[in-house]
Design a protein. Structure first.
Length: 211
């Protein structure tokens, strides 16, 4: 089995936008917009290995053979609720992508992720899946989400997160060693409340203004 690759996308535009997200003074509107912009920029790298095929078209000047996307279609699967903030930025680039949703909560006693909602496109097993969530903290939700997608028969799965803790990356790689992970930054680690440090706080609260 091919081992996963951890892709840290350190483009200056991306790093600047992540820094704005980290600032506690960044308001809801700006935070939400920048999450979408970051998702768009990261999408370029996460889809770099898409296959293309030669297609003949006619330009205003002459006939030409050009490259177009071929092969499997893409599905974007946000982990609710914060993952929703990344969807529009990706569909702006890939309008034909279908979107599934996974809702998870943490059981207060076992601390394990529990699925409360899951809705997928009917042809999800035939699609390349991009699971998105702004934060990869403990990795529990990510591992569970990948498990669910494999239960649907999905073969090609990638994770895309804005920030990640080393603990979360280690957890995903341990359970799903073939899943590539795309992040904009890997932070120091987790605090006693399992928040990423220095992080940016609760991504869902800051996207939806619920704090």
């Amino acid at each position: 089995m091919e081992m996963a690759k951890i892709h840290v996308i350190n483009h200056p535009l991306l790093q600047h936008k992540v820094s704005v997200l980290r600032d506690k003074n960044t308001g809801v509107k700006e935070f939400r917009e920048i999450v979408g912009e970051i998702a768009s920029l990261m999408c370029y790298e996460a889809t770099r290995d898409l296959h293309t095929e030669d297609v003949e078209i006619e330009t205003p000047i002459c006939k030409a053979t050009v490259k177009m996307i071929a092969g499997k279609k893409i599905a974007i699967v946000p982990i609710l609720r914060a993952g929703i903030g990344m969807v529009d930025g990706i569909t702006a680039l890939i309008p034909n992508a279908k979107v599934g949703h996974i809702g998870l909560y943490r059981d207060p006693e076992t601390h394990e992720p529990v699925k409360y909602y899951c809705k997928m496109p009917s042809d999800i097993a035939e699609r390349d899946v991009l699971i998105v969530d702004p934060m990869l903290a403990t990795g529990g939700s990510a591992v569970a989400a990948i498990n669910f997608m494999k239960e649907y028969g999905c073969k090609n799965i990638k994770m895309m997160n804005i920030l990640a803790a080393p603990e979360g990356i280690e957890n995903v790689v341990k359970h799903h060693p073939e899943v590539d992970i795309y992040v904009a930054a890997i932070d120091q680690g987790l605090n006693e409340n399992a928040y990423i440090v220095p992080g940016l706080g609760d991504a869902g609260d800051r996207i939806f203004g619920t704090k």
